[in-house]
Design a protein around this ligand. Sequence first.
Ligand SMILES: *[C@@H]1O[C@H](CO)[C@@H](O)[C@H](O)[C@H]1NC(C)=O
Ligand SMILES: *[C@@H]1O[C@H](CO)[C@@H](O)[C@H](O)[C@H]1NC(C)=O
Ligand SMILES: *[C@@H]1O[C@H](CO)[C@@H](O)[C@H](O)[C@H]1NC(C)=O
Ligand SMILES: *[C@@H]1O[C@H](CO)[C@@H](O)[C@H](O)[C@H]1NC(C)=O
Ligand SMILES: *[C@@H]1O[C@H](CO)[C@@H](O)[C@H](O)[C@H]1NC(C)=O
Length: 162
Amino acid sequence: MILLSFFNLQGLNLLRLATASPVVRGNDTDRQALLQFKAKITGDPLKIMESWNSSIHFCQWFGVTCGRKHRRVTKLKLRILKLSGSLSPYIGNLSFLRELDLVGNSFYNQIPQEIGGLRRLEALHLVNNSISGEIPSNLSVCSKLTSVDMMGNRLMEKNLLR
Ligand SMILES: *[C@@H]1O[C@H](CO)[C@@H](O)[C@H](O)[C@H]1NC(C)=O
Ligand SMILES: *[C@@H]1O[C@H](CO)[C@@H](O)[C@H](O)[C@H]1NC(C)=O
Ligand SMILES: *[C@@H]1O[C@H](CO)[C@@H](O)[C@H](O)[C@H]1NC(C)=O
Ligand SMILES: *[C@@H]1O[C@H](CO)[C@@H](O)[C@H](O)[C@H]1NC(C)=O
Ligand SMILES: *[C@@H]1O[C@H](CO)[C@@H](O)[C@H](O)[C@H]1NC(C)=O
C-alpha cells in the first residue's frame, strides 16, 4: 500500500513537473528585456516588430537567436529594417547576449551604460544609425568584446575604444 502510494506520488510529481516547465521555457528576464527594447522603437514602417508578440516564443521573434539548451537570447540582429527609436537600458539584462547587430537603422540617443551588463558580448555592430553622445565607459567591462563597429553615427570620439 505504502509503496503503491509512493509511486503514485512520484508519478504525480513527474506529471506536474512536465506540465509546469516545458522544455522550451526560456527566461522571463530576457522576454521582459526584449519587450522593453520593442517599447522604445518609435518607427517601424516594415512592421518588423509585429512578430514580437505572445503568439510565439520570444526565441522565434524576428532577429532573435537563443541558445539551444537554455533558451537565453544570444543574438539580436535587426539589420537595415528602417527601425527608429532609442536603445532601452533593459538590453543590459540580456545577460547571455553575444552579438548585438542593429546596423543600418535609425536608432538615436545614447548607448545606455547598462550595456556593461552584457558580460558575454563579443560583437557590437551599430554602423549607420543616429546614435549620439559618448561611447559608454561601461563598455570596458565587456571583456569578451572583440568586434566593435560604430561608424556612421554621431558619437563623440572622446573615449573611442582602440
Ligand atoms: C533569468 O535570468 C536572470 C539573469 O541571468 C536570473 O537572475 C534569473 O534567476 C533567471 N530566471 C529564471 C526564471 O530562470
Ligand atoms: C504575431 O506574430 C505572428 C508570427 O510572426 C504573426 O503571424 C501575427 O500576425 C502576429 N500577430 C499580431 C497581432 O501582430
Ligand atoms: C532590467 O533592467 C532595468 C533597467 O536597466 C531594471 O530596472 C530592471 O530591474 C532590470 N531587471 C529585470 C529583472 O528586468
Ligand atoms: C555600469 O554597468 C553596471 C553593470 O551593469 C551597472 O551596475 C552600473 O549601474 C552601470 N553604470 C552606469 C553609470 O549606469
Ligand atoms: C553605411 O552607409 C554607407 C553610406 O550610405 C554605405 O556605403 C555603407 O555600405 C553602409 N555600411 C553598412 C555596414 O551597411
